[in-house]
Design a binder for this molecule. Structure first.
Ligand code: NOJ
Length: 557
């Protein structure tokens, strides 16, 4: 297929070079790398990753080009939800190490010019947290109103039809109080009552403690779940059943209530007390308009709500991503999008978008999609290797409780949480001790850091090249996005333009080779900057030939 497109002029218009980026803006266009601490590196041989296991691999992350790491929860926890059930916000779970280990990690990261972002689980605590123990003890104690308590119905049934995101009623009867408490997630994760100012103050003080210890910011877990309808009205019915067998309901009274924005504004004030600290929202939202609100009307909420709409889906087509890219560029009021393709809660993108035959080509295309728009990029450990989901084969092997409850429809999240693949040895270099807490992926002999570092054409080296390029190339780093060849069904093409420089990105979403022809508007040729294939002479004004799922980035000269 041949498409002809006309590029906007403007190439010759030299703009003033922007001043060096202020340090407080370090997060703009940054690469943030998510680490699931149980699965990254185990230094004490217990089969579970630890903080020292992260510190041990900081050189690797620096060489990859990472600006900041986000570490999923490492606080003391009964580990029902693998750390998202926190029993003490101000300490380290012994299985992950000590506070001294944490300080060392922050210091060592700093020496390598990397920042540390931590996970703030603010919607709920563990049911073992002292706050909840006190709250559940009676209806009249200082913490009685710190959680969301309601009487049941006269017949003893829960107060309403609200469902936990992890299945079944969101209400749990407490024998001592003879009341129900609300839990958006597991019953071991009671929701805090964010209408109570003491709760807010406790959490804001927690943030201050960690910022004083040197963290660069917070990833706000489940932040859209903070508030529920005070009248506890029933949610409306929706067709079908969820994986756990419950009749579906909407989430109009439990998700994304307007009060969330009050809290985000307050939190922004708190982080503003410490220069350069940021808030990243875990923001699953139905559309770009709701996402835009998370930045705040006066840019006074989160710096970067995660754009889960961009790529956390299974629709792999040029048209879908063109629309997402346009929305991110035009409807976020010039704010920095945070593109996420992978995390510890969703199937890895290589499987979600992969067709089973071209998965590794598709992984390169996803890498290019993640790292070439005007956006901060979130990279999930192992994504840079092409690590695949390694789902449990038998229910008895499942560790994630939702996988046990929902089997076989919902297999849980173990598959995307398997150990980081450092080398081709039996435990993939993750642990020298006994068996890792989750079996290492079957693909580790082939896909691992050691072998990919050696292979010039590996996905890892492709990521490294792309990350370096976007740091060095001002157009790719800061340039505006201009979508071109709008009607091409197979190839998404866009330009990044800055200071008279133009970079073209072309992504073939089909398995067939595609030829795209560009009118270079005065420029004579394309100089290949990075491509997922041997571009050679193919990159010229006369036509760019993209192999199936090929990704191309070139400068116009
Ligand atoms: C979102 C986290 O990413 C997920 O892993 C967790 O289970 C829920 N929030 C509850 O904290």
């Amino acid at each position: 297929m041949v498409a002809v497109l006309v590029l906007a002029a403007a190439l010759a218009v030299a703009q003033k070079t922007s001043p060096a980026r202020a340090d407080s803006d370090w997060w703009k266009n940054a690469v943030i790398y998510e680490i699931y601490p149980r699965s990254f590196g185990d230094t004490n041989g217990d089969g579970v990753g630890d903080l020292n296991g992260i510190t041990a691999h900081l050189d690797y992350l620096r060489d990859l080009g990472v600006d900041a790491i986000w570490i999923a929860p490492f606080y003391p926890s009964p580990q029902v939800d693998f750390g998202y059930d926190i029993s003490d916000y101000l300490a380290i779970d012994p299985q992950y190490g000590t506070m001294a280990d944490f300080d060392k990690l922050v210091a060592e990261a700093g020496k390598r010019r990397m920042r540390v972002i931590i996970d703030l689980v603010l919607n709920h605590t563990s049911d073992r947290h002292a706050w909840f123990r006190e709250s559940r003890a009676s209806r009249a104690n200082p913490k009685a109103d710190w959680f969301v308590w309601r009487d049941g119905k006269p017949d003893g049934q829960p107060p309403n039809n609200w469902l936990s995101i992890f299945g079944h009623s969101a209400w749990q009867l407490d024998a001592a109080r003879r009341q129900f408490y609300y839990h958006a997630f597991y019953k071991e994760q009671p929701d805090l009552n964010w209408r109570n100012p003491d709760v807010r103050k406790a959490m804001y003080d927690t943030m201050r403690v960690w910022m004083k210890r040197g963290v660069a910011g917070f990833r706000l877990d489940a932040v859209t779940s903070l508030f529920e309808d005070p009248q506890v009205r029933d949610e409306s019915a929706r067709p079908g059943r969820n994986a756990y067998g419950d009749a579906n309901v909407s989430r109009e009274y439990t998700d994304n209530l307007p009060e969330v924005h009050d809290v985000l504004r307050e939190m922004r004030q708190v982080t503003n007390e410490f220069p350069g600290r940021i808030l990243i929202g875990e923001t699953y939202l139905p559309n770009i308009e709701e996402l835009a609100k998370m930045y705040g009307q006066a840019n006074d909420e989160t710096q970067m709500p995660m754009d889960m709409q961009f790529a956390m889906h299974g629709n792999f087509s040029a048209a879908v991503f063109r629309k997402k890219l346009r929305e991110a560029e035009t409807q976020l009021n010039g704010n920095m999008p945070l593109i996420v393709t992978d995390n510890h809660d969703n199937r890895r993108s290589v499987d979600r978008f992969g067709d089973g035959t071209h998965n590794q080509e598709i992984a390169r295309l996803v890498a290019t999609l993640l790292l070439t728009p005007r956006a901060t990029a979130l990279l999930y450990y192992g994504q840079e290797l092409g690590m695949a989901n390694n789902d449990p084969k038998r229910v008895e092997d499942v560790r994630d409780p939702i996988g046990k409850a929902g089997w076989p429809k919902e297999k849980g999240r173990d598959g995307e949480r398997t150990p980081m693949q450092w080398d081709g040895t039996a435990n993939a270099g993750f642990t020298k001790g006994r068996a890792p807490w989750l079996a290492v992926g079957a693909d580790h002999a082939e896909r691992n850091v050691a072998s990919e570092l050696r292979d010039r054409k590996s996905l890892l080296n492709y990521y490294k090249t792309l990350i370096r390029l976007r740091r060095e190339n001002a157009a790719l780093r800061d340039g505006l996005v201009k979508i071109v060849d709008e009607n091409n069904a197979n190839v998404l093409s866009f330009l990044r333009q800055k200071d008279g420089m133009t970079v073209l990105v072309a992504l073939n979403f089909s398995a067939q080779a595609q030829t795209v022809r560009y009118d270079l508007g005065g420029a004579k040729k394309l100089k290949t900057l990075v491509s997922s294939f041997e571009a050679g002479e193919a990159a010229s004004a006369d036509g760019l030939v993209l192999p199936g799922f090929g990704a191309y980035v070139g400068a116009m000269q």
